[in-house]
Design a protein around this ligand. Structure first.
Ligand SMILES: Cc1cc2nc3c(=O)[nH]c(=O)nc-3n(C[C@H](O)[C@H](O)[C@H](O)COP(=O)(O)OP(=O)(O)OC[C@H]3O[C@@H](n4cnc5c(N)ncnc54)[C@H](O)[C@@H]3O)c2cc1C
Length: 509
């Protein structure tokens, strides 16, 4: 299989080099390899070959996020913020249109959103793909108790459950589909695009070098001065909120992760249905009411009226039950730059979390903390907050954290909402600043925009002022999207492959 950790001497020259075998890179490499068997392609990837059982089985995803993980790249941020993959989630129609770039509108991107996907679910709106390489399904396991209780609690909060939001703007919740095949295996671009072509004997033109870093600045002369490179870093700031609960071992992933259901080796061997699950069940896109916007203060109201007036983008061990809460369309910006010629020179990386000048992002999270807590309180499984992961509200405050007895009655779904005093809000804000983290939705550091607007690539993904250099990944996103970003990265990969194939005078296989 043409997958190396050291490049064979026989490969002295190739037609196309793809720097980084990530989501979009694997799509582009595979589609180009299909289009012309005479064209040689080399993917240079810093990480290792991802063919390993802990990648294949979605239930093991947390092991790759541990600080000592060898499968993930960790970058130290310049300033610690003041402070698993697998959910398939699509941007809204208006997100693509807001990119305002010829060739990249929602209508023009729908074919690429469909192209990478084989969707196992209702597709009433005809927006999903049915013969693409990436399977999108429920996997092999569903925690019905979480699904049913959360849906009922959310409904009591005024958020209906919908089947599939499609590309619509919703104020609703739904059962999320995952990048997991119906047989329970993880569906990433390397696994579904690249490895089959490396195995099939029909792509001798495709080479993949792993555990090899490039993009070293050493001795590389400046070819084009593009101030936008590395600036405007965006990520959807995220916090996770675990709750005490009365769920059983098979309602969440914890028992399995911590070995209480047997060894992982045995569970893999028997293809245990919980191994084909990532422990994540429900997703939502929520917007504040007019009164809630007003309560976040005049600066927030001004930004809301300016950015979303009639804009539909936001419209209409023991079992652990947790909400991972992130807000979209952040106002904060960071940056990422290399600082020296050596690969181990630190990167100059600032996330910019909660650093927006008008302090709007923190207000969004204050609103979101309250909303998610109200919803979870209404689930019969709720027994209180896990104090270590929630703001330390004063014990005599009406917002104090709760620990219900195992046999205590559930909180009624029509219970009044918790009232937060200015002192409670101060505790909440301080805690959010100290605990905010990444959603891993990093994007926007080589924007597809006009050059005089700090753009780095044109609508055909060519880097301004450099011939033969293209960028195809989430860094080209000129504006954020209201979604987890893998689906967008896959669509960018498909669109990029199409553009490059046409530009090289070939036709798609
Ligand atoms: C932990 C985690 C969980 C996530 N969960 C979800 C989810 O549930 N749902 C969802 O939709 N999205 C999720 N995402 C986001 C999604 O995976 C990314 O947005 C998407 O993969 C980005 O694709 P990309 O092609 O832009 O870049 P990447 O996929 O990041 O590809 C970049 C590649 O370049 C390689 N590389 C970097 N530097 C070098 C170098 N110097 N030399 C050689 N190679 C290099 C990297 O190793 C990497 O393989 C998650 C991301 C992470 C990190």
């Amino acid at each position: 299989m043409p997958l190396y950790t050291k490049l064979p001497e026989t490969i002295g020259e190739v037609d196309v080099i793809i720097a980084g075998g990530g989501t979009a890179g694997c799509v582009v490499a595979s589609r180009l390899a299909d289009a012309d068997p005479e064209m040689s392609i080399l993917v240079i990837e810093g990480g290792s070959n991802n063919q390993m059982p802990t990648v294949e089985y979605p239930a093991c995803f947390l092991s790759h996020l541990a600080p000592d993980s060898k499968t993930n790249n960790f970058y130290m941020t310049k300033k610690a913020p003041d402070a698993g993959t697998g959910c398939s989630s699509r941007p809204q129609r208006s997100d693509w249109d807001a990119w305002n770039t010829p060739g990249w509108s929602a209508d023009e991107m729908i074919p690429y959103l469909k192209k990478h996907e084989t969707y196992y679910g209702n597709d009433d709106k005809g927006l999903h793909g049915h013969d693409g390489p990436i399977g999108v399904s429920d996997g092999t396991y569903i925690s019905h108790r979480i699904v049913d209780e959360f849906a009922a609690a959310a409904e009591a909060m005024g958020w209906p459950k919908v089947d599939d939001p499609g590309l619509g703007s919703v104020n609703a919740i739904w059962r999320l589909k995952k990048f997991i095949g119906p047989e329970g295996k993880r569906q990433d671009a390397a696994t579904c695009y690249l490895h089959p072509r490396l195995r099939d004997g029909k792509h001798p033109n495709l080479h993949v070098l792993v555990e090899s870093q490039i993009l070293d600045r050493a001795g590389v002369p400046l070819v084009a001065d593009l101030p936008g490179v590395g600036t405007g870093y965006e990520d959807n700031q995220m916090l996770g909120y675990p709750y005490l609960n009365n769920l059983s071992l098979t309602d969440t992933l914890d028992g399995l992760v911590f070995g209480r259901m047997g060894s992982h080796k045995e569970l893999m061997k028997s293809n245990h249905k919980m191994m084909g699950w990532n422990g994540q069940e429900m997703q939502s896109k929520l917007r504040p009411t007019d009164a809630e916007v007003a309560a976040l203060g005049p600066e927030f109201q001004k930004a809301w009226d300016r950015d979303f007036p009639t804009d539909p983008r936001l419209a209409t061990g023991d079992p652990c039950l947790a909400v991972t809460a992130f807000t979209v369309y952040p106002y904060s910006r960071g940056q990422v730059h290399i600082t020296g010629p050596n690969l181990d020179d630190p990167v100059d990386f600032e996330t910019g979390f909660f650093a927006d000048p008008d302090q709007l992002d923190i207000k969004k999270h204050i609103w979101l903390y309250k909303k998610q807590r109200e919803a979870i309180r209404r689930m019969p499984a709720y027994r209180g907050e896990m104090a270590r992961f929630h703001p330390p509200f004063a014990a005599d405050s009406g917002t104090a954290l709760v620990e219900l007895a195992a046999d205590a009655a559930p909180i009624p779904r029509d219970a009044p909402e918790t009232q937060y005093t200015p002192e409670d809000d101060a505790v909440l804000e301080k805690w959010l600043r100290e605990n905010v983290g990444t959603t891993w939705h990093s994007l926007g550091t080589c924007k597809m925009r006009p050059r005089d607007q700090e753009g780095v690539v044109d609508p055909e993904l060519g880097v301004y002022g450099v011939q033969g250099l293209k960028i195809a990944d989430m860094s080209i996103a000129p504006r954020n999207v209201s979604a987890n970003t893998c689906d967008t990265a896959l669509a960018i990969g498909e669109k990029a492959a199409d553009l490059f194939i046409k530009e090289l005078g070939m036709s798609s296989a």
